[in-house]
Structure formats: structure tokens, C-alpha cells
Design a protein around this ligand. Structure first.
Ligand code: NAG
Ligand code: NAG
Ligand code: NAG
Ligand code: NAG
Length: 254
């Protein structure tokens, strides 16, 4: 599992260890203040976290999820606008993460392909305790690794890299089993490439394809074509955070 987790962790560590460039900060700010991006991603909530770098991110993630899961999905144009602003403003940061292919078109295509599945995963809910699955997973991470604050992301990532494993009580939950199921349904080749690593950590019942009890989808369904006319350059920046969370979630399954 670590061969997939490592790059994402290193990216988080690299980005959080350095201070963001002014152009990147501006790009993030313009995305966060773009009303289309904010209404479909709820990322405005995360801005508070950057103002309180020692406080846990989890309450703000909960706020983000509340908005994101009840709103209509972002249109592809909105996603493209976010990626364009971030890849332009944060090019230094992106190359620091060692991405080999970080052209805007490539990233846009990946984000557009994975977005509906990542959104579904972010909006899974565990009815056994009523928690959103992302929030539950982050709380589990905190129980082992300490407060998930902006300032603590780098140290936590380094800790994970150093120990080269994530405890089963974080990885092998019903929430992440259903997340794996969704990835496997939409991206079977990704699913099968993860299978043996995941089985190694969680046992083969984790990848048997059965729906775990109490896990439900909460993402609002598309009402159809309503928001497809977003201005292309309406939003830089914060989609990266969403993409990073999504990627990390996927990577943790790997
Ligand atoms: C965050 O915590 C560090 C170390 O405890 C401290 O030096 C710093 O002043 C704190 N920053 C804020 C904004 O509270
Ligand atoms: C968005 O773009 C992706 C790939 O670029 C495509 O597969 C998908 O069908 C598009 N979605 C819509 C609603 O047009
Ligand atoms: C997972 O296990 C570790 C110790 O092995 C423990 O410290 C942590 O609290 C547990 N996490 C949860 C969510 O129970
Ligand atoms: C992109 O940046 C421009 C210029 O700062 C801004 O007006 C626009 O709202 C941003 N678009 C998105 C989708 O973030």
C-alpha cells in the first residue's frame, strides 16, 4: 500500500513544509472567493483553517462536506477553471511535488474523470454513528497521529512515511470498503491494481465487492445541465485541496 501512499504523502509534506508563493496564495484566494467554485465545493470553509494553522482541520472539513454534498456537482467548466488558476498560480508548488506530468490539460482531464467518484466517496455516510465518511476517517487519523492542523500535516506525513504503514483501524473501515467498491466499479483497472495491497492490510473480505452495512451515499444528484456555463477563468486554487483530499483518500486505499 505504501508505494501508492508515499507520493501523496510526500506531496503534502513538500507543500506544507514550504510557505506558499504569493502567486499561489493569490490563486487559492481567487478560487476560494469564486462563487461557483465555492457553491459546489464548499472550500471557503477551509480558508479558516489557514488562518488558524494550529487548529484541527476536521470541523472545517465537516462544513465543507455539508456544502459540497448538498450542492449540485461542479460543472466540467468550473473544474477546468479551478485547475487553470491553480496550475498557473501554483506551478512552483506543483513541480515541487515531483509531478512528472503536470500540464494543465492533463490535470484537467484527470480531475474531470475522477471528480464524480471522488465526490461520491467524500459524501459517503456511516449510518451506524451518523458521521460523514471523510470526517470519520480524518478523526481516526487524528486518534493515532494527533491533531490534523495545517501546521501538523507535514509532521504527520513524515511520520507515516517513516513507519511505512497505516494502522488497520484507519484503513479497514466500512467507509473505506465502500470507497474501494466505488473506485472498483468506475475504474476497474485501478481497483484491481490496488486489490492485493488492500487485501494484505485488511483481508480479502475487504475487496469482495459486497456493500458494507450502514454505508450510504449522500451526494446530491445532478438536476441536469444547470450549471454548465461557468466562466472558465472564474476560479483558481482550492480545487487542489479537494483533489489532494480525494487523491489521499484513494492513495490510502492503495
Ligand atoms: C502554533 O504553534 C506553534 C508551536 O506550538 C507556535 O509557535 C505558534 O505561535 C502557533 N501559531 C499560532 C498562529 O497560534
Ligand atoms: C466531464 O469531462 C469528463 C472527461 O474530461 C467526461 O468523461 C465527462 O463526461 C464530462 N462530464 C460532463 C457532464 O460533460
Ligand atoms: C487505532 O489504534 C491505535 C493504537 O494501535 C490507537 O491509538 C487509536 O486510538 C486507534 N484508533 C481508533 C480510531 O480507534
Ligand atoms: C480564476 O482567477 C480569476 C482571476 O483572479 C478570477 O477572477 C476567477 O474567479 C478565478 N476562477 C476560478 C474558477 O477560480
Amino acid at each position: 500500500m505504501m508505494h501508492r501512499l508515499l507520493p501523496a504523502l510526500l506531496a503534502v509534506a513538500a507543500v506544507s513544509a514550504q510557505s506558499l508563493s504569493t502567486t499561489c496564495q493569490n490563486a487559492l484566494t481567487s478560487v476560494a472567493s469564486n462563487s461557483d467554485a465555492n457553491s459546489c465545493l464548499g472550500i471557503g470553509a477551509l480558508v479558516t483553517s489557514f488562518l488558524q494553522p494550529n487548529a484541527s482541520l476536521v470541523p472545517q472539513v465537516q462544513n465543507m462536506v455539508n456544502t459540497l454534498c448538498s450542492a449540485q456537482p461542479c460543472s466540467n467548466n468550473t473544474l477546468a477553471g479551478i485547475v487553470a488558476n491553480i496550475t498557473t498560480g501554483c506551478s512552483a508548488e506543483l513541480s515541487a511535488t515531483g509531478s512528472t506530468d503536470s500540464t494543465s490539460a492533463t490535470i484537467t482531464n484527470l480531475v474531470q474523470q475522477y471528480y464524480p467518484t471522488v465526490r461520491d466517496i467524500i459524501c459517503l455516510k456511516d449510518n451506524s454513528d451518523g458521521s460523514n465518511c471523510l470526517v470519520q476517517t480524518l478523526n481516526n487519523v487524528q486518534a493515532t497521529y494527533g491533531t490534523l492542523s495545517i501546521n501538523n500535516l507535514g509532521p504527520i506525513a513524515k511520520n507515516l512515511v517513516a513507519t511505512r504503514s497505516v494502522p488497520a483501524n484507519i484503513t479497514c473501515t466500512n467507509c473505506l470498503k465502500e470507497a474501494y467498491n466505488l473506485v472498483n466499479e468506475k475504474f476497474p483497472s485501478t481497483g484491481s491494481s490496488l486489490k492485493s495491497d488492500v487485501d494484505g492490510v485488511c483481508g480479502s473480505s475487504f475487496t469482495d465487492g459486497s456493500t458494507p452495512s450502514n454505508i450510504v451515499k449522500t451526494a446530491a444528484a445532478t438536476s441536469g445541465g444547470k450549471n454548465s456555463d461557468m466562466s472558465l477563468n472564474a476560479m483558481p486554487g482550492f480545487g487542489t485541496i479537494g483533489a489532494l483530499i480525494g487523491t489521499s483518500l484513494l492513495a490510502m486505499l492503495a
